[in-house]
Design a protein around this ligand. Structure first.
Ligand code: APR
Length: 318
């Protein structure tokens, strides 16, 4: 199989290292570069993943690189087609994603400036939290066109929702389609009208109270894992979603997925990074796709847009 392309993952914590592993196991890319500011950590993890290659049967090489506060080491990401930003602190039990705003803004700004310097043509996928704000900040700090900077959240929230529905109905996850839009946080907008099981509307299969219960669990999906882990936040489902986004972009698939994208008039909303359905391709976001929404869902999406707009205005000064 011909392999090509280079993907960089910034931050070699739980989220970054599992993303690098998943990307390498796709066996699609020439190289996956993993970086972190903790001396030796990315190099050690890269060595470890590379040593799994004979067992798992993939050839993609993972390259680890420690980066300095002065930007040293970033030359390793030169020529990357896609950069995934996972650097930043995760939540502790009881914290909201918004509690990470200031500390992660400093980290993401520094990372994004170095990405712009060393991988000026890359598509950037942000996963650091609070997601919608960090995506907006990464676009500002890179100065990249907005279609080349996006955030991962909707694919994860949707995967959580799908998993809960499949468990509730005791059906395979593959027969369930769900959708969440809005912010990756309190103003997440689950879209029951777009949810189906084997093509049948979810609203015909479960009572409204049960759907509400699953929606609440989805909205609190990350916090539920944080509370159980006690240190750190989720990374298996998040890294699955981030790696899948990378693949859709790199293969120019045209897949329509819920992602955090710049919205410019679609759904009657303008000038904000928000969770919406969008078509992915080699240049990033090809276009935001306006799917039909129930009136209440559209109203909730507008509410989410205003909530993140206010926060995204603040980050310019962080
Ligand atoms: N440059 C590169 N890496 C950095 C920087 C920086 N400036 N600052 C911090 N890091 C690294 C840390 O050294 C750590 O290894 O980011 C990594 C974060 O890893 P974890 O603490 O394991 O957190 P993780 O679970 O990977 O989550 C990362 O994703 O889901 C979000 O809320 C989560 O914002 C958090 C991010």
């Amino acid at each position: 199989m011909a392999r090509s392309g280079k993907v960089a993952v910034i931050g070699a914590g739980f989220y970054g290292s599992t993303t690098a592993q998943r990307l390498a196991e796709y066996d699609l890319f020439d190289a996956v570069v993993l970086t972190d500011i903790i001396e030796g950590r990315p190099e050690g993890l890269a060595l470890d993943i590379n040593q799994s290659r004979p067992v798992e049967g993939f050839e993609t090489k993972v390259v680890g690189m420690t980066t300095g506060r002065d930007g040293s080491g970033y030359e390793a990401i030169a020529g990357s087609d896609i950069v995934v930003i996972t650097a930043g602190l995760p939540r502790k039990p009881g914290m909201s994603r918004m509690d990470l705003l200031e500390v992660n803004a400093r980290i993401v700004r520094q990372v994004a400036e170095n990405v712009a310097r060393h991988a000026p043509d890359a598509v950037v996928i942000v996963v650091s939290n609070p997601l919608d704000e960090m995506t907006a900040l990464a676009q500002l700090a890179t100065g990249f066109p907005r279609h080349r900077v996006m955030g991962q959240a909707g694919m994860l929230d949707t995967a959580r929702f799908t998993n809960f529905v499949a468990d509730e109905l005791a059906v395979p996850v593959s027969s369930v389609r769900t959708l969440t839009l809005g912010s990756h946080g309190d103003t997440m907008v689950p879209v029951p009208s777009a949810c189906t099981v084997d093509g049948k509307p979810l609203t015909e299969l479960l009572p409204a109270e049960k759907i509400d219960e699953l929606i609440t669990r989805t909205r609190n999906g990350g916090a539920e894992v944080v509370a159980l882990l006690k240190t750190g936040s989720a990374y298996y489902a998040p890294s699955a979603a981030a790696a899948r986004m990378v693949r859709e972009v790199y293969t120019d698939s045209g897949a329509v997925q819920p992602i955090c994208a710049w919205v410019d008039g679609e759904f009657g909303i303008s000038g904000v990074y928000l969770g919406v359905t969008a078509e992915l391709g080699r240049d990033g976001v090809r276009r935001v796709i306006e799917i039909p929404l129930a009136d209440t869902e559209l109203a909730e999406l507008h509410k989410a847009a205003e909530a993140v707009r206010a926060k995204q205005a603040d980050i310019q000064h962080l």
